[in-house]
Design a protein around this ligand. Structure first.
Ligand code: UTP
Length: 614
């Protein structure tokens, strides 16, 4: 091993290790001479933090020495990737595990109330002016996609961002996000009369997603973005915990490894901070950081207006939200005021909101008000932070986010766990440490416009109680067609009503399959300007607009129309288009002869006949 220390020449005390600690781990003692000074420092931390059991089964020197080195490589990584190191992780874990054992309520002493925010109505004047402002601000924004999650609930074998958001064009989530950012960049620069600004695009990955994310980008030429514009930050997993003393869990498959699990998307703040990117962006004059998740095909329809709200209302934190039905399984954005004067605006998970309300003078708990919705907006976990105050806060915290622990106890004594647990953190808990002076708000938009994540596998989605969202690949794709249909309706196109169909056991509305590239229409005013006269689209129709300067005029579509144009060519699409079109053919999710991306949505598109305009 590099720079090894000869134990025969060194007393334990010289190494700075307490004799009592080391004598409790004879197997480690025998191996001490193999260790470098840096590794000795890690030994000290582990022993002082009560982790001697990690060395219990170590072999004699000369046996498994490479594995022992790999053990310390892992410990060094765990130590350096956590703010405050492993000692701090273990200390925090002990505190949180003790609170959990005692059944302590994290909201003790807090009273909930409805915070202030902006509730938008798609397409009205105020929406249009927020969109206009948002597009102008976009060149001062950086976009951060958190994509390190395993996606266990979806159970897809690939990475989630590689899944087609819809199968009419087969555009995957990552491509769609990148194309939206590029379209924002182009329009925002044009409005500013400049063309140089590149909007930074960051993807947080993990060991579960990193390599495949790089492959997806590289094999598709970064979907048109400059490779230098995209930065990947990989999050590390954290150590698992075996008991209330926070003894680190030995990996069941390798006694020279600590078992690890994901820490959650809250890691994104520490990673952005330690990468130095935030400082670079600040120096480059950027003002906003937008955080978003891996599988929401609608999100960017909500981005221009929400960014406009951030800029107009000068929000340090703006949480995107949708109207929430009482008791719906979605967190509520809530102001919490403590008896001691502390106050914060954060997401309260739905299962905590009802008991909290009942305990604080709202005997009916989580109920709808006269609007038919809960007064607490539903959090969709997309955040817009103002960069200046964000950096200021992170320079105090290093990006550490308030964590939580969720052990599954074996019995009521709460002394042992069914399986190892770990600390977790969520990006939306960032405001928990902010001072009361921070300007925190929300932007509510219709669910049909802003939120349709793909999280559940077909089997679980089919079991979702009627009326609740499926959040499946089927519903995610149908939501894109519905949103595009509703937007065109609002722009004056007669779009036929949808029909109900069942795919993979889920009843969904099937609207005409309308899609367009972001550069065709980024905002409602832009889309409106591209449509004129008497346009109509029948329910069985498919329309794909790939060009930028495409104008629909008196179009009557009953079938499939694909409009492909060269970059700047102006094309008018007029008159009647009628053909056999494309149909949806049901497939079963269990039919493994069908590719996974297709069968998880329960239908495939049968391309019978189409008209192409170039
Ligand atoms: P989800 O709640 O969808 O979790 O994450 P998940 O891990 O992806 O899926 P399940 O729970 O295993 O089914 C919300 C977003 O946060 C990212 C995900 O990639 C997704 O965009 N995420 C989650 C991370 O980036 N890192 C994590 O450790 C967890």
């Amino acid at each position: 091993m590099a720079s090894s220390v000869d134990s025969t020449a060194l007393e334990l005390s010289q190494l700075g290790i307490n004799e009592d600690f080391v004598s409790s781990v004879p197997n480690l003692r025998k191996n001490l001479h193999l260790l470098s000074p840096e590794q000795i420092e890690l030994v000290k931390i582990l022993l002082e933090m009560g982790q001697s059991h990690l060395f219990e089964h170590w072999a004699e020197p000369g046996v498994d020495d490479n594995e022992k080195k790999a053990f310390f490589d892992q410990v060094a990584r765990l130590n350096s990737s956590y703010p405050g190191g492993l000692a701090s992780y273990i200390k925090t874990a002990r505190g949180l595990l003790a609170d959990s054992k005692a059944g302590k309520n994290p909201f003790d002493g807090f009273t909930p109330s409805v915070p202030t925010g902006e509730v938008l109505t798609f397409g009205d004047d105020s929406f249009a002016s927020f969109e206009d402002r948002g597009v102008r601000e976009a060149r001062k924004a950086a976009f951060v996609l958190v994509a390190g999650g395993l996606g266990e609930r979806l159970g897809y074998n690939g990475i989630k961002v590689a899944l087609p958001a819809e199968t009419t064009t087969g555009t995957c989530f990552l491509q769609s996000y990148i194309e939206y950012v590029l379209a924002l960049q182009e329009t925002s620069n044009r409005l500013a009369g400049e063309c140089q600004t590149e909007i930074p695009f960051v993807i947080m990955t993990s060991d579960d997603t990193h390599t495949r994310t790089v492959e997806l980008l590289e094999s598709n030429s970064y979907f048109g973005m400059k490779p230098s514009q995209v930065k990947l930050l990989k999050q590390e997993k954290v150590a698992c915990l075996d008991d209330n003393e926070a003894r680190l869990a030995v990996d069941p498959h390798n006694k020279y490894r600590i078992q690890t699990k994901p820490h959650g998307h809250g890691d994104v703040h520490a990673l952005l901070y330690s990468s130095g990117l935030l400082k670079n962006w600040h120096n480059a004059g950027l003002r906003w950081v937008l955080f978003f998740q891996d599988t929401n095909g609608l999100l960017f329809k909500a981005i221009p207006a929400s960014l406009g709200v951030s800029a107009t209302r000068e929000y340090h934190v703006n949480s995107l939200a949708v109207p929430r039905k009482a008791k719906e399984a979605i967190g509520g954005i809530t102001r919490l005021t403590h008896a001691d004067g502390r106050s914060m605006v954060i997401n309260v998970e739905y299962n905590q909101l009802d008991p909290l309300l009942r305990a604080t003078g709202f005997p009916d708990g989580d109920v709808n008000n006269e609007t038919g919705f809960s007064p607490f907006p539903g959090n969709i976990n997309q955040l817009i932070l103002e960069l200046g105050p964000y950096i200021e806060e992170l320079s105090k915290t290093g990006g550490a986010i308030k964590e939580f622990v969720n052990p599954k106890y074996k019995d009521a004594s709460k002394t042992s766990f069914k399986s190892s647990t770990r600390l977790e953190c969520m990006m939306q808990d960032y405001p928990k440490t902010l001072p009361p002076s921070a300007r925190i708000g929300f932007t509510v938009m219709d669910t049909w416009l802003a939120y349709a994540p793909v999280k559940n596998n077909p089997e679980d989605a089919a079991k979702v109680p009627k009326g609740n969202p499926y959040h499946s690949a089927t519903s995610g794709e149908m939501a894109i067609y519905r949103a595009n249909s509703l937007i065109l309706r609002k722009a004056g196109v007669q779009v036929a009503d949808p029909v109900e169909q069942v795919f993979n056991g889920q009843e969904v509305e099937v609207w005409p399959r309308i899609t367009w590239k972001p550069k065709w229409g980024l905002t409602f005013s832009e889309i409106k300007s591209r449509v004129s006269g008497n346009c109509s689209i029948s329910q069985r129709s498919t329309m794909v607009i790939k060009g930028k300067n495409v104008y629909l005029k008196d179009l009557s579509l009953d079938g499939t129309l694909i409009v492909n144009t060269a970059e700047d060519a102006e094309v008018k699409v007029e008159g009647s288009v009628q053909n056999k079109g494309w149909t949806l053919e049901p497939v079963d999710y269990k039919d493994t002869s069908v590719p996974e991306e297709i069968r998880i949505r329960g239908f495939r598109i049968n391309k019978i006949e189409q008209e192409e305009r170039n």
